[in-house]
Design a binder for this molecule. Sequence first.
Ligand SMILES: *[C@@H]1O[C@H](CO)[C@@H](O)[C@H](O)[C@H]1NC(C)=O
Length: 509
Amino acid sequence: MNNSLFLQTVLLFCSIYTTRSEVFTAIAGLEDLLQTESRLIHTLGNYIKDQGKNLEILKRYYQNYKNHYDKASKNVHLHVTNPINAYILIKKLTLDWKRVEVLITRSHNLEWKSRLKNIRKTMQFPTERDLDGALDALIRLQDTYRLDTAALARGEISGVKSSSELSADDCFQIGRKLYETGDNYHTQLWMKEADARLWEEGGTVRRSDILEYWAYSVYKQGNVSLALDLTNKLLEILPYHSRALRNKFYYEQELQNPVDKTKKDQDHVEDVEKEVYKKLCRAEISLPEAKSSKLKCFYQNSNHPFLRIAPFKVEQAHLDPDILIFHNVLSDCEIETMKQLAQSRLVTAVFENPHSKQLELFPFRISKVAWLEDQEHQHLAVVAQRVAHMTGLTLSTAEEFQVVNYGIGGHYEPHFDFQSTVDPAIGSRIETVLFYLSDVEQGGATVFPEIQVSVWPQKGSAVVWFNLHPSGDGDQRTKHAGCPVLIGSKWIATKWIHERGQEFLRPCT
Ligand SMILES: *[C@@H]1O[C@H](CO)[C@@H](O)[C@H](O)[C@H]1NC(C)=O
């Protein structure tokens, strides 16, 4: 018994030993190794294929970035003052670059990883919020100025072509964003454009996705028959798409038994004031003849003896309430000083939300603000003195100059200048003096919806009006707005003159 156990143990031991030592010579062992090699070849091949695909994609990105940059750098000003270019540039540096980073870091090459990190650290990058802001601006401009979607996608604004075009994928992304914000009217326009562009030049977006959003948004707009047509087209591509099948059934039911139309979302029916505001921005309405025929231009030489030598050239834009335009009241030199002083300390503007009365931040890139003291520079002191001459009021309780730069799509919704809370030591903002420090290529008017007045920015001129009735109550007719900048950049400087100190200069009733 003992012997046999011993023998077995020895045999077992030998057999293990033999197997291990003959791994490299036994035929069966070599077959195993070939399998390993086959696996390695397969893996390496896949890696090369994968990297090759990566490289192909990266090459396309490279070419795309390079073409874009070459075009843009030929005329930087033209490029950055156009809303489509702005959107595409920001998109290239946010969404697109993130994809590039993923493709590069996928190779797990530590050196490249750290190079990319370094670029992120040392260069300026827009954020996704900026991308949202650029998109909002684009849609606001389309809405305010009634820009045609197809023309926009071609990069054309009022007949001027920008250097960039939107692809089918861009249009789809824009449409999807609009869908998320519940703006079905614009969703439908952009999905239609995405479909047209996909048809013409291809893209990576799936037509079935476009059709689904498009159908749903036209349905929400109340066009059930078009929603059904589009859903049928979607079903031609994907016959078993379950949501589409359900919707088709639903749309057919609804076409047979129309439901109450008033239940439909009416997101494009807006209040009258907004409509008037937009029409003024588009210069579609102006003062009626009966009123405009009474307006005059004149030279103002009262208020100060010095004005008899150099009177102000004044144009009435409206009477009661008086809106006056002072032409050529700033020199280019003074304007440069103001812009330069402001430039280094422009910050995102805070404003009082007219609805909530809360202080809120303007979205980035919409507008930036800096405050300048009269005493900071001789030019500012001179301009402040000029404001006193223009208005005949004292500036002893006035605010500092507020300089604002509006970027593309930058705007200021209808608001009053008189505030809801007033410091009794200085009183409310009795008069506004708004200087234009730049021309604006397109858009950017200052409009007064209540009295249907539009004032167009002219570098060096100023628009002036009283915000308060002589009684001290706010004049509701002075509600005003800054229309979105369509092309260009808008600079203004404002001096708000307050009530206290004016008692003998503008006596109350
Ligand atoms: C629906 O849209 C189609 C295509 O744009 C149009 O021809 C039709 O008049 C619209 N129908 C309704 C009810 O709005």
